[in-house]
Design a protein around this ligand. Sequence first.
Ligand code: FES
Length: 126
Amino acid sequence: MNEYSDKVYEHFKKPRNAGTIEEADGIGEAGDSNCGDFLRVYIKIDSDNIADVKYLIHGCPASIACASVMTELAIGQNIEDAVMISDEDIINALDGLPDHKQHCSNLGATGLKNAIMNYWDKNKNL
Ligand code: FES
């Protein structure tokens, strides 16, 4: 695949859930040392479900679309399911990514995982 799908363009032009969450329950970061792109993910948890996800990103168009669609995949999921969201899930939700942009999906998946791990870390004694 060498072209962006309509879904990638759509999420890039109108990213969902961009921003921050005050008093987030978990915050996770992910960066790509090759390109310098960077993502910070904020999550809000309610009864073991992902109530909200927001993010700040400095990244390429594909990584912005990936972060956007990641929030749609995660919101409303049980955290045990959300932590399993993979690069491939994100790529599929965008109807694919060009071969040379496949790696851009990793920021969204890793940022979300790290935010959930941060939440678990902070709450392990509850
Ligand atoms: Fe860096 Fe896309 S080129 S995440």
